[in-house]
Structures are given as structure tokens and as C-alpha cells.
Design a protein around this ligand. Structure first.
Ligand code: BDR
Length: 312
């Protein structure tokens, strides 16, 4: 059966790769809508970037909604040093002709979960601001969400925006805290696994060699955003975060992890936004998260290429 998805996203080149991967697998996913999130870049850009991606993929029929402009309680921190001034630098994608929906993204989440109880998975590629707002506005929806599968957090790999925090959690730690305490089945794809999924030159070449516009554009995007990471880590490729979320939904058997408690640091002077995973089960806190720690990078890229190859 196809998974019905709501995608929360702030594209972002790696989110673009994830979204295209999802759209390239219509046999597995039905996308009910995208909610543009403020994160990697401001909302004006993430909204525009979502619309551009729908046109690139030949899916102007998928509705795109604007979410919140700011995290719940903090000023927005962006990552234009990685993603460029538009958030999706690299290929020259045309200005979108399609428009965003009038409805607010938070209302879209609430209305959609209520309309399809026990049928919708939240695919989060960004800070969790809009889902947390939806849960605050309509706490009843928590019981109707099948699962949250999110790229967020880090434990063994520590931080990428501060020494202790991963970007998507750091931008809106209160939102992550609300979601992780909501009693919803949750899987997190943290840096612990995404740092193993390196976009080596050979993998990017294979993506470009698909020859279709989506494959070429994705390779160009990742070639842009990798510059910062290659300089930072000195690895043979940059970590490819976002597509870990659809890859986990498509092929959980290529990943491994544990059901553990994950709590978000909301007060630490040095550790704000840290995801503290009780990997060794030292506490009796509820095991609220499936924490993915490892994955098969070759199988991951094979899935990604297969999906991109199905697109225009
Ligand atoms: C996450 O932070 C963002 O900058 C990336 O796009 C990814 O979603 C990785 O920590």
C-alpha cells in the first residue's frame, strides 16, 4: 500500500534530492502536500523552492503551503553558508509559474490528519515548527498520525551547527521537544547515519549520467552545497541528509538502529538543541524514538538513482 505523506521541508539541496526521490516513487508514496518551513533559508525562498521543485518534477498538481515564518520561540537561524543565498543554489531553475495555496501550512496539517485518520505519515526534512504548532492547535491529531519520520538530531556524531547540536533540532528545539513528547511513533535519521551517506564524485557522476533533467539538476545542486561540507570535513564526499528519510521508508532493512528515549536539551548554555539519546538505556524514560545509527550507503544511492531515473 502507498504511504500518504505530508512533507515538511526547507529546500535546501539535500531536501530537494529527498523530495525528488519521493516523487520518483509513485508506486510507494502519495504526496498530499508540502509545507514550506523556515530553516535553511527564510520562508519566501523555501516556498519558492518547493514550487520550483514541483515544476521540475512535472508535478504542479501537488499543493504547496506556506508554514510559519519563525521557530516557535527563537529567532530564525539559517544555513545560507551551505545552501547559498536562495537556499537552492546550483542549477538555474526557472521562476515558478504555479502558486502556493492560500491555506496556512499548519491548518493543512491539522485538516489533513483529521480527514485521513491513521493514514498519514509526516515526512520531515526540516525543523519541526509546523508540526509542533499543529499539535498545539489540535492535540487530537497526535493519535491520528501513522508515524513521523524525520531527518533531525545527532548523538554519536555530535553537532553541525554548534559543537553539540544538529541544525534541524537547533533551529527549533522547542518544536522538536513537543513532537518527541507527543506519543507519536517516531523515527529519526540523525547525523549518526547521514554522515555515512557520502555523495562521492562517482555517485554524483552516476546521477548526472541519468541524463534526465531531474537527475542532472540534483547533481548540480549537490555539487553546489557540498563545497562547504567538503572543506569542513575533508571526506571523499559530503553527507547527503534528506534522502535518508524516504530511503528509510522504502527500505528499512538497509538501516539499523534502536528504540530509545530521545530528549531535547532546551536550557543548556553549550548544548541547546542537543538530542540526548539514551542509547545504553540508562534511564527509565519512555523509548519514544527509533534512532537510526547506520545504513548501507551503496544501497541508499542505488535507491536514490532508481527514483530520480523515473522522473522527467
Ligand atoms: C540538516 O541541516 C540542513 O542544513 C540540511 O539541509 C539538513 O536538513 C542537516 O543537519
Amino acid at each position: 500500500m502507498k504511504r500518504k505523506l505530508i512533507i515538511l521541508t526547507d529546500p535546501g539541496q539535500d531536501q530537494a534530492a529527498a523530495i525528488l526521490m519521493i516523487l520518483g516513487r509513485p508506486d510507494a508514496f502519495e504526496v498530499l502536500g508540502l509545507v514550506a518551513t523556515a530553516g535553511n533559508i527564510h520562508l519566501e525562498h523555501t516556498l519558492d523552492n518547493c514550487l520550483k521543485l514541483m515544476e521540475l518534477a512535472g508535478r504542479p498538481d501537488i499543493p504547496v503551503f506556506a508554514g510559519c515564518r519563525q521557530p516557535l520561540m527563537r529567532p530564525l537561524v539559517i544555513a545560507d553558508h551551505v545552501h547559498g543565498p536562495t537556499g537552492l543554489d546550483g542549477p538555474d531553475l526557472p521562476k515558478p509559474a504555479i502558486r502556493a495555496q492560500e491555506k496556512h501550512g499548519v491548518d493543512f496539517i491539522v485538516d489533513t490528519i483529521r480527514a485521513h485518520p491513521d493514514a498519514v505519515t509526516i515526512c520531515s526534512l526540516s525543523p519541526l515548527t509546523n508540526l509542533a504548532m499543529a499539535l498545539r492547535k489540535a492535540p487530537d491529531i497526535a493519535g491520528g498520525i501513522v508515524e513521523v519520520v524525520a531527518m533531525l538530531g545527532a548523538y554519536f556524531e555530535v553537532g553541525n551547527i554548534t559543537p553539540s547540536a544538529e541544525f534541524n533540532c537547533y533551529v527549533d528545539p522547542e518544536a522538536a521537544d513537543i513532537v518527541l513528547r507527543a506519543g507519536i511513533r517516531t523515527t529519526l535519521l540523525p547525523l549518526d547515519v547521514t554522515h555515512k551517506m557520502l555523495s562521492t564524485p562517482a555517485r554524483l557522476d552516476a546521477m548526472r549520467a541519468l541524463g534526465n533533467r531531474c537527475g542532472i539538476a540534483t547533481a548540480e545542486m549537490l555539487e553546489f552545497s557540498q563545497t562547504f561540507d567538503l572543506g569542513k570535513y575533508g571526506w571523499e564526499g559530503a553527507p547527503l541528509h534528506g534522502p535518508c528519510v524516504p530511503a528509510f521508508m522504502l527500505a528499512p532493512q538497509i538501516f539499523s538502529g534502536r528504540q530509545v528515549n530521545v530528549s531535547v536539551e532546551l536550557a543548556g548554555r553549550l548544548t541547546l538543541g542537543m538530542t540526548v539519546a539514551d542509547w545504553w538505556q540508562i534511564t527509565d524514560l519512555p523509548r519514544n524514538t527509533f534512532w537510526v545509527r547506520d545504513g548501507d550507503a551503496a544501497a541508499y544511492y542505488a535507491l536514490l538513482l532508481e527514483a530520480l531515473g523515473n522522473l522527467p
